[in-house]
Ligand binder design. Structure first.
Ligand SMILES: [Zn+2]
Length: 432
């Protein structure tokens, strides 16, 4: 029997376009005040902190007023484990996700039906900025589960009317054969897993792939790794940003200009000095602080993401009116201060990728010696080399590290494949 439904993607695109229209300042602050008022009425832990400062929900009606509000961190959510951060009735919760906490309890995040729709729309909007549409086959190689990566891409791509392949992470050879057999046109995974897939494709003679776009996130990654992934996978590699506490992936994403990530209109972004919490001007690098004027179940009010970036002044040539943020340089937690110089793992990655013959895989060891921060790098070559080549690569790498980071850092070049691979997020820093 023939189905007479709307053409695939049509109705959906109308909805996405509507989501792209920017809300007025009045609308955003009315939304935020309504969330703050409900928190005050229900005795939410954040309302107590507002009361201590003598701030009422009605005091917040402009971007300047935002700075009156106390900042929040993941410890606010953790200290109210499991669901003490909830600002709606328990019966209105329809989904719970969590961040993979490295120690102890995970940070939980709850969603209402409206929160899930907001998330799906944001993901669809992000992906449509780079041209994903109903004709695409989207291979979601992010983990499905409590982690938000898999479900975020799944719902966003579905809303665009694309065909979703919910393969999750792992089983690299099977990923490659399905990618080839189905003609997947879009890949979504962590950048470190994309590298592993590229190795799998090269190992199994990867002709006949139809990939055109890759969405990579959940780790900070360098422009040098982008170039490597683009040439090895034959794609445009798009940086898509998010965090579970804010809903998951979909807070911001690059358009095809690949010059900054457009921030969803559902969030108000600020950058602050991580030490003084003073709000910074556009263009100055600091910690990203996010507020959502829509998110209901687990409100996001001046949430300190720990991610280091800057807000970019001026409009984007693509015509999309939303403001942009620079690519995240790293997490403030992952920043090492070596002889007075701030070092992020993404800079180490860039220094390594700049040397021909090096694989982009690496691991940093960090320790303290008489109170001073020290670090060393284990990296590997991409294929077997003779001793003379290795010596030359060592000289090039030493020069590249000094050039791009500004300090000398000891390193060791290991044989190809010596470093452990992961299916999800790579652990770049081992603290000793
Ligand atoms: Zn743009």
């Amino acid at each position: 029997m023939e189905m007479n439904g709307p053409a695939k993607g049509d109705a959906v695109m109308t909805r996405i376009n509507r989501a792209q229209e920017c809300a007025s300042r009045e609308e955003k602050f009315a939304g935020l005040r309504s969330i703050l008022s409900r928190m005050a009425e229900t005795g939410h832990p954040y309302a107590k902190r507002m009361a201590e400062r003598g701030i009422r929900p009605d005091d917040v009606s402009s971007y300047e007023d935002l700075s009156l509000l106390p900042t929040t961190t993941k410890y606010d959510i953790l200290n109210n484990y499991p669901l003490g951060w909830l600002a709606v009735d328990k019966k209105d919760v329809v989904r719970i996700h969590a961040t993979n906490g490295s120690t102890g309890k995970p940070t939980l995040v709850a969603y209402t039906e409206g929160d899930l729709l907001m998330w799906a729309r944001n993901m669809a909007w992000c992906m449509s900025l780079a041209g994903v549409n109903g004709d695409d086959i989207v291979q979601v190689s992010f983990a499905y589960g409590l982690f938000t990566g898999g479900f975020g891409f799944h719902e966003g791509a579905s809303l665009l009317g694309a065909a979703v392949v919910p393969i999750s992470d792992g089983f690299t050879d099977r990923q490659v054969s399905i990618m080839r057999d189905l003609g997947s046109s879009v890949l979504a995974c962590t950048p470190s897993y994309a590298l592993r897939l590229a190795e799998g494709i090269e190992r199994t003679c990867g002709d006949g792939l139809s990939l055109r776009l890759g969405f990579f996130g959940a780790e900070s990654w360098s422009d040098e790794l982008r170039k490597s992934l683009e040439s090895r996978l034959g794609i445009k590699a798009i940086d898509l940003y998010g965090l579970s506490e804010a809903m998951g992936p979909g807070v911001s994403s690059e358009c095809l200009e690949q010059n900054g990530l457009h921030i969803s209109d559902d969030f108000i972004a600020q950058t602050v000095d991580p030490k003084t919490l003073e709000t910074l001007e556009d263009g100055s690098e600091g910690e990203l602080v996010l507020t959502s004027w829509k998110k209901q179940a687990f409100p996001l009010v001046r949430y300190r993401t720990r991610d280091i970036t800057s807000l970019m002044p001026g409009p984007c040539p693509c015509g999309e009116p939303t403001p942009r943020m620079a690519r995240v340089r790293g997490r403030s937690d992952d920043m090492l201060i070596i002889r007075g110089v701030n070092v992020f793992p993404s800079q180490v990655e860039a220094a390594i990728c700049a040397v021909p013959g090096m694989s982009p895989n690496f691991q940093i060891s960090a320790w303290r010696d008489s109170g001073l921060q020290e670090m060393s790098i284990d990296c590997e070559m991409s294929g077997e080399r003779d001793a003379e080549d290795i010596e030359a690569m060592g000289r090039d790498l030493a020069h590249s590290i000094k050039q791009s980071i500004g300090v000398t850092i000891p390193f060791e070049i290991l044989p190809p494949g010596a470093l452990q691979r992961t299916d999800g997020r790579a652990e770049r820093i081992i603290k000793k």
